[in-house]
Design a protein around this ligand. Structure first.
Ligand SMILES: Nc1ncnc2c1ncn2[C@@H]1O[C@H](COP(=O)(O)OP(=O)(O)OP(=O)(O)O)[C@@H](O)[C@H]1O
Ligand SMILES: [Mg+2]
Length: 289
């Protein structure tokens, strides 16, 4: 096992979904855990308008345990998507190290599922055809593919639209199909970049809840980027707050709310308010800098 020890930016004992052994005690004080994502001393720069290298990320250290759900929040432009791209292998690492499951991340790794604000469904495929797509690419046989896709389509409440085309669906329905497509391959790692940000408030709440319910049956590690603090607190085991560009990790919040959680019922939890206030207080300093 590739183990890690808890530090400031590592998982905390008790994190993770119920029934998942995220940590186990070794020795007197240290916890060890299976590391899914390890980021060490990561710095990154892009060429600015004047052609000179402009720093985007500075000295990021982050370890994410297998099965852990982390949310990343921070001001616009602080490097959240860049960090995710580096972890996904979409962007070459310049300084520091990134490993996923102990290896240098590779583009096209089948064990990684993505979900973005825009669903990117294929317009010529039906709901079923789109839900089957990732499994088709992954070589899952036809009968199993259909059975899994149908089951997930029902899970996201689209059983009456199986044969509809994306153009016939609302944005929320399309995003449901994208969720079904992404979860159908039971990825080891899920990368979500503002997946619910294009939805209206009610649809967003319902889909966040649907996603949380479906994720609870998987063992996927999740890296979620969001600007929605209630989404971060409601879904994640830890919330990583980044500073304004160049992004550094400012603080890591452990969300000690029991699971299963209902995002819809969160406002009645005192712990939710406490984290929310502290998080917003620290984030505001960065947003207004
Ligand atoms: N390929 C690129 N070339 C040059 N600059 C880039 C590139 N990608 C991102 N940047 C710059 O890097 C900074 C961080 O971008 P990034 O997309 O990671 O921010 P973010 O935190 O995801 O922001 P948002 O919350 O608005 O999505 C921005 O200033 C952006 O303009
Ligand atoms: Mg972004």
């Amino acid at each position: 096992m590739s183990g890690g020890t808890v530090n400031g930016a590592g998982p905390t004992p008790g994190g993770g979904a119920p029934g998942r052994a995220v940590g186990s005690v070794t020795g007197a004080s240290a916890w060890t855990f299976d590391v899914a994502i390890s980021v060490q001393k990561l710095s990154h720069a892009f060429a600015g308008a004047d052609g000179r290298a402009a720093p985007v990320l500075r000295n990021i250290d982050l370890e994410v345990a297998k099965g852990e759900f982390i949310a990343i929040v921070g001001p616009s432009g602080c490097g959240k998507t860049t960090l995710m791209n580096l972890v996904a292998g979409l962007e070459p690492v310049q300084n520091g190290t990134v490993t996923v499951d102990g290896h240098t991340p590779r583009v096209g790794d089948r064990n990684v599922g993505y979900l973005f604000a825009r669903d990117a469904l294929l317009p010529w495929r039906t709901v079923l055809g789109n839900a089957e797509l990732a499994m088709e690419i992954g070589g899952v046989d036809k009968a199993e593919r259909k059975q899994r896709a149908m089951s997930l389509i029902a899970d996201v409440g689209l059983e009456h639209s199986t044969h509809a085309y994306p153009a016939q669906l609302s944005q929320g329905m399309r995003q449901r199909v994208a969720i079904a497509r992404t979860l159908a391959t039971t990825p080891d790692l899920l990368m979500l970049d503002e997946p619910f940000s294009a939805l209206d408030a009610q649809t967003k709440l319902l889909l966040q809840d649907t996603f949380a319910r479906l994720w609870a049956h998987l063992s996927s590690t999740v890296m979620l980027i969001t600007h929605d603090l209630s989404e971060a607190i409601g879904l994640a085991d830890r919330v990583v707050l980044m500073s304004a560009r160049p992004g550094k990790i400012k603080r890591v919040f452990t969300v000690e709310l029991p699971r299963p959680r209902s995002i819809i019922d969160l406002p009645s939890e005192p712990a939710y308010h406490r984290i929310s206030e502290e998080l917003w207080h620290e984030l505001r300093e960065e947003v207004t800098r």
